[in-house]
Design a protein around this ligand. Structure first.
Ligand code: 5GP
Length: 203
């Protein structure tokens, strides 16, 4: 029997560096990971590509996906919808591959309800000043949006207690090491591998 893939939910406030940490993990090539591309109604930022960074949708199209139960989770975040298409997640897990969801906290809590076997990792900023300067320096948001993202971040930090792991993103390298360590340990859990190995009970 093939071991099912792990559902890895990497979450935390906007600007904390989820994307950077996830990309660094993927580029290591230590394991074969898959990324769940989200759908959103937000406009593409410069350099973002449809079908690579996000599936960019109109509001009506997105609401159809909700009505058809095509999303594992979704949320409205700072005026736009964001959500995870469910089919790709299911297919990937059934094929034995690990899949990463890089999503905000409300969505992560919905995933926890529907797929509690997932691994929920909360990426924290070293402090709030550092978080604000990361959002500002990214240069992609106007100041009212930055303010809303910071207010959201404070709300999001209060939900950290519902996660399995908290990883501080002080440096990308440290965060990558810690996340890879978590994934490796999760793969070694007896409860996950029991069906895949043959144990001779006479011994
Ligand atoms: P951004 O606009 O900066 O790309 O994303 C805003 C926030 O939405 C980030 O915290 C990002 O991780 C989160 N996000 C991206 N995709 C999804 C998704 O599919 N579901 C949820 N719930 N959040 C998402």
């Amino acid at each position: 029997m093939t071991e099912k893939g792990l559902l890895i939910v990497l979450s935390g406030p906007s600007g904390v560096g989820k994307g950077t940490v996830r990309q660094a993990i993927f580029s290591r090539g230590e394991r074969e990971f898959t990324y769940s591309i989200s759908a959103t109604t937000r406009n593409p930022r410069e350099g973002e590509v449809d079908g690579v960074d996000y599936f960019f949708k109109g509001r009506e199209e997105f609401e159809e996906m909700i009505a058809e139960d095509g999303l594992l989770e979704y949320t409205e975040y700072v005026g736009n919808y964001y959500g995870t298409p469910i089919d790709y997640v299911r297919k990937t897990l059934d094929s034995g591959k690990d899949i990463f969801l890089e999503i905000e906290v409300q969505g992560a809590m919905q995933v926890k309800e529907r797929m509690p076997e997932g691994i929920f990792i909360f990426l924290t900023p070293p402090d709030m000043t550092e978080l604000e300067s990361r959002i500002v320096n990214r240069g992609t948001d106007e100041s009212p949006i930055i303010k809303q993202r910071m207010e959201k971040a404070i709300e999001e930090l209060s939900l950290m207690r519902y996660y399995d792991y908290a990883v501080e993103n002080d440096t990308v390298e440290n965060a990558v090491q810690k996340v890879l360590g978590i994934i490796q340990s999760e793969h070694l859990k007896v409860s996950r591998i029991l069906d895949t190995i043959c144990v001779d009970e006479r011994e």
